[in-house]
Design a protein around this ligand. Structure first.
Ligand SMILES: [Zn+2]
Length: 128
């Protein structure tokens, strides 16, 4: 098994998104990228999760996250890229400051206090 480097994976991600337009899940992106890698060297392997993490750092690749409700505790670190999260606050009707959500400045992930679990990712190339 061989681990492809980020530069190569990033290039393939771009190429694939250019061809396909939108890719609607992390698994699909992982699969099509791995397929292409195996054309180059059949011992290359990559997980959908690593593919997604690399996609976050590729210029002009836009990653959006759909979230769902969850009973687990709110994350203190970004569930997408593991950076620290910033709280988003608003005043409620009694004029008290209350947390309504959180966002990540690193990757653009955001969630509200009830719906924050990443459920589905979408990837697309931003046009020039
Ligand atoms: Zn993040």
């Amino acid at each position: 098994m061989k681990i492809p480097n980020e530069e190569l994976v990033g290039r393939i991600i771009k190429q694939k998104l250019k061809k396909k337009g939108v890719v609607r899940s992390q698994e699909e992106l992982g699969n099509i990228v791995e397929e292409e890698l195996k054309e180059i060297d059949s011992s290359f392997q990559i997980s959908p999760e690593r593919t997604r993490r690399i996609a976050l750092n590729v210029q002009r690749v836009d990653v959006t996250v759909e979230t769902r409700k969850s009973e687990v505790d709110r994350p203190s670190k970004c569930p997408v890229c593991e950076e620290n999260l910033k709280g988003l606050y608003a005043k409620n009707l009694d004029g008290e400051r209350t947390q309504v959500g959180f966002r990540c400045d690193n990757c653009g992930y955001h969630g509200d206090v009830e719906e924050f679990m990443p459920m589905r990712y979408e990837f697309q190339l931003i046009k020039d």
